[in-house]
Design a protein. Sequence first.
Length: 286
Amino acid sequence: MRNVGYYNGKIGLMEEMSVPFLDRALFFGDGVYDATYAANRRIFETDFHVDRFYNSLKAVRIDFPYSKPELIAELQKCIDAMDSDGVVFVYWQATRGTAPRNHVFPENTPPNLLIYVVESSLTDLRVPKKAITVEDTRFLHCNIKTLNLLPSVMASQEAKEAGCSEVIFHRGERVTECAHSNVNILKDGVFITPPLDNLILPGTTRRHFLEICRRLNVPFEERTFTLDELFSADEIMITSAGTLGMPVCEIDGKPAGGKDKALLTKLQRAAIDDFTAETGFSPDIL
């Protein structure tokens, strides 16, 4: 299949699939999701993504019927149905189920599981990107990967209209994260990333880069940093499942980063090598 859609066990082309009108995702965004990449039909960092998905389910009190091995098996079934052995994007979400519209939880209603898989690629790291800063007015549950993404959608459109690729959110002077990724900085040879709390998503690639720092003996700090520190950083790095350390060269129309390419490349190369070791696929992105 050129793409794969899945809904509660039924598999077909995405454009031929349908979802019930009363799925609670439609009215409330009442669900959680996760996503990652696979190559050679092997999911990258499976356990970390699936564990985060279950943490999100627990946080919003969705009683999900699948065990972790069962969920992984359903994801693999969709990946195996693809015609491609190359890089694919794998997305899955669970909603609280199908029930008449009512703000309170429906009783005796099983959750719905949706999965889709499409051909994709990892972000090319050779061309630095531009970003804008936006005041973070999202809710206080950013650590939960919910379907409620309207503020990120609005901010991403603002970035596009400004000719930029990403948004860097901040609450006052504190930098939090991006519209759909984490933001990190390099300063004086130290990798600095915001601490895990309710204001940022616990990114799996953020975690991966901390692991790389430990392995390579690169100093790192998990702490808050300010807009001033962002603008004065030696490098700004965007990380997500498909973005293994994308550099930022301009923020709000001002030059940024570009002062420690050696350390930046060292960390990027380690992340790419790990992707290759786990999937057997060597992406040409650096």
